[in-house]
Design a binder for this molecule. Structure first.
Ligand code: AMP
Ligand code: MG
Length: 316
């Protein structure tokens, strides 16, 4: 999935780590085989190639992720859209499309016309993209799905205390240490990614995901554009450096971090009302760092001592 995965356990349980790692790596490889956009023979590769044509039979893994992506799209009013592929390509986020300036209006309009989650059909064990040239991009949700799957597998194997982290999508089990403190997860400073702004102390089963403008971006005509597209404008979202979400599953954390990056704090808070147990923080793209936190996030957050940043609690 083009990123790094880690499994952590308390030091006293370190002997079992190679076995856990193998278990998780195996599950991730299965998921990647179905969902990689880079493999023409994967379900996703076949669906994209068949866009505009007949429905294709796809595996249960693909169906599960597509269903979750469509739920996220519905819930977010389309801020989360798993069909942003053509816009990602238009903005140079695929190796095959090297550009050095933002796309022309006509190019953007053409790509935009091939985006729209309501044209994804899932029926029984088949799926299809209704318009030619559509392209699924599950980069905003597949890692969260994969982390939940790995989490379930470790739990089923009797592992109680662990974290699984796939490219900034983390879910924990149990405790970090025999003294029963929860796992501590840092929220990175987007302006200096070697530093944390503070930590969250997680409860059993909780997940955290971050969408950041520093993770993946293109530089066009001297300006940096983040890898999250606002499906309404067809343009990369500007003005935010990062969004971190605390949720009850890695899938929700992943989909929400992307959707809330698009929606911003105001509309984002409305979306969160439908997700009990989920909290978020938005960090605007201007220094010194300001954290716009939901009240629940602020309650759970332990700021780093001596930091320059301000925490502003959003009203309920
Ligand atoms: P994340 O880091 O989880 O926020 O995911 C970002 C990735 O999701 C991007 O690299 C794209 O592959 C994809 N993506 C970009 N914009 C959107 C969007 N509005 N809805 C869903 N996925 C998106
Ligand atoms: Mg995401």
């Amino acid at each position: 999935m083009g990123t790094i995965a880690t499994v952590s356990v308390p030091a006293v349980a370190a002997a079992a780590l190679p076995a856990h790692r193998a278990e998780v790596a195996c599950r991730f490889a299965e998921i990647e085989a179905s969902l990689s956009a880079f493999r023409p023979e994967s379900d996703l590769g076949r669906l994209n190639a068949a866009a505009g044509g007949e429905p294709l039979a796809v595996g249960s893994e693909t169906l599960a992720v597509l269903a979750a992506a469509l739920r996220a799209a519905t819930a977010s009013g389309g801020a989360f859209d798993p069909t942003v592929g053509p816009l990602m390509a238009a903005w140079g986020f695929r190796g095959t499309n090297q550009i050095d300036a933002p796309p022309m209006v006509a190019v953007l309009a053409e790509a935009h016309s091939r985006v729209g989650w309501t044209n994804v059909l899932v029926l029984g064990h088949t799926a299809s993209l209704r318009r030619a040239g559509m392209r699924l991009d599950l980069g905003g949700i597949a890692k969260g799905y994969a982390v939940d799957e790995a989490w379930n597998r470790l739990r089923a194997a009797g592992v109680t205390d662990f974290t699984v982290n796939l490219g900034g999508n983390l879910r924990c089990g149990g405790q970090a240490a025999p003294d029963r403190t929860g796992w501590r997860v840092g929220v990175r400073n987007p302006f200096d990614t070697s530093q944390v702004l503070g930590v969250l102390i997680l409860q059993d089963g909780e997940a955290v995901a971050t969408s950041g403008n520093y993770e993946r971006f293109v530089t066009l005509a001297g300006r940096r554009y983040a890898h999250i597209i606002d499906p309404r404008s067809g343009r990369p979202v500007e003005g935010l450096a990062g969004v971190t979400v605390l949720a009850t599953t890695a899938l929700d954390a992943d989909a929400l971090s992307t959707a809330l990056f698009v929606l911003g704090p105001q509309a984002g808070r409305q979306l969160l009302r439908n997700y009990p147990g989920c909290e978020a923080v938005w960090i605007p793209d201007s220094q010194p760092a300001r954290l716009l936190a939901t009240p629940g996030f602020a309650r759970r957050f332990v700021p780093q001592a001596g930091g320059e940043h301000r925490i502003e609690v959003l009203s309920e």
